[in-house]
Design a protein around this ligand. Structure first.
Ligand SMILES: Nc1ncnc2c1ncn2[C@@H]1O[C@H](COP(=O)(O)OP(=O)(O)OP(=O)(O)O)[C@@H](O)[C@H]1O
Ligand SMILES: [Mg+2]
Length: 348
């Protein structure tokens, strides 16, 4: 008999005790029927007693573990009741599963702690540069620069630029934390996405002409277009601004930015494509991380903080969708995201 359960163990012990008693009685010449009656009685009594003792012992040993798992004082009786209904090995499986869950939770907390530290470090680092710049310009002005016609205006303008940068960083951080704390803040409405893109492109035309980049929108030739979506217009506008500005910042002089819409079953796929510097394979999975910039020098030079795409990702995920990117170094980059198609544009 294999001793796998407490019942098996108690039967084994009872059989052993019965055998000793029966053999002793036989050797003493006691009548066979008395031996039989006593043996049965000893077997039953020993099985029940040893089962009870074993359960009580296991319950006593499990008590501190149960109290820890359940985070409360557990009475021995409660565990005795539980063991009566379950095999001990099931309990050990449950406890192992609990320990695994706890390990996973601890790892998750460690990761989020590491992320929090890195995030705080990044925020401090990004804020430090413009703050020290402002301090430098103001000190120089106070130390006599204010009377120097050659530099006073220039330094004040530079200090203002650094203040604008600080405001941009704080606004971006504010947007991200609002989006993180309340994903349901999207205000869904029906609108023409091609018309919105056209509006935004008109606002960015100056920027584009500085780099001699041509922006085209396929699908906005005649408005209203056929591409109506249900989404948060304000936030989707912010996504388009970020993606189009990136296509200009990391685009090549004289290049092209194409915005396209594709009708796909119940979705409209929005694509922003450029003919810019492209993003390498190693950097591609990381560009949506906060503060991640492929070419830190180039991005900072353009006033970039590395928060734009993190905001874009949050907004698209807030719509229950995913943003994808494909890119080839030296050839260009395409960002694409789907939005729910509006079903009742005629009724609006
Ligand atoms: N269209 C693109 N072509 C090439 N590289 C890009 C493109 N878009 C983004 N990147 C790379 O991804 C990085 C992250 O982009 P993101 O928009 O998050 O930050 P940023 O443009 O540097 O700053 P911010 O948008 O906060 O002003 C950029 O620094 C750039 O290196
Ligand atoms: Mg950007």
């Amino acid at each position: 008999m294999k001793v796998k359960t407490k019942e098996n163990a108690s039967l084994l012990m009872a059989a052993f005790a019965t055998a000793i008693v029966a053999v002793t009685m036989v050797l003493c010449g006691i009548a066979w029927w008395i031996v039989l009656v006593v043996a049965v009685a000893v077997f039953v009594a020993m099985s029940l007693f040893s089962l009870y003792m074993m359960t009580a012992y296991v319950a006593y040993k499990l008590k501190p573990i149960y109290s820890m798992v359940l985070s409360r004082k557990v009475r021995t009786n409660e565990i005795v009741d539980e063991i009566r209904e379950k095999h001990v090995e099931n309990i050990s499986e449950e406890l192992t599963a609990w320990a695994d869950d706890n390990d996973k939770e601890i790892n998750r907390l460690k990761q989020s702690e590491a992320f929090r530290k890195q995030y705080l470090g990044n925020v401090a680092h990004e804020l430090k540069t413009p703050i020290f710049n402002i301090q430098g310009y103001i000190s120089t002005l106070l130390d006599g620069g204010l009377e120097d016609e050659l530099i006073n205006r220039k330094y004040l303008e530079r200090a203002e630029k650094s203040i604008d940068r600080l405001i941009n960083i704080v606004n971006d951080l504010d947007t991200i934390s609002k989006l993180e704390n309340d994903m349901n803040r999207m205000k869904m409405e029906h609108f023409d996405i091609a018309a919105l893109a056209k509006e935004i492109v008109e606002q960015l035309e100056m920027e584009a002409s500085k780099r001699n980049i041509k922006i085209s929108i396929k699908g906005a030739e005649s408005l209203p277009s056929q591409f109506w979506v249900t989404a948060d217009k304000h936030f989707i506008g912010q996504v388009l601004v970020n993606l189009i500005i990136n296509s200009l910042k990391y685009g090549k002089e004289g290049g092209k930015t194409r915005i396209r819409f594709r009708d796909m079953l119940d979705k409209v796929l929005v694509e922003v494509e450029d003919t810019g510097v492209g993003i390498g394979k190693d950097d591609l999975p990381r560009i949506f991380e906060r503060f991640y910039r492929v070419d830190k020098g180039r991005s900072r030079e353009q006033g970039g903080t590395g928060l734009g795409l993190a905001i874009v990702k949050h907004i698209i995920e807030g719509h229950g969708e995913r943003i994808s990117v494909r890119s080839e170094l030296g050839v260009g980059t395409t960002f694409a995201f789907p939005l729910k198609k509006s079903v009742d544009k005629e009724n609006m």
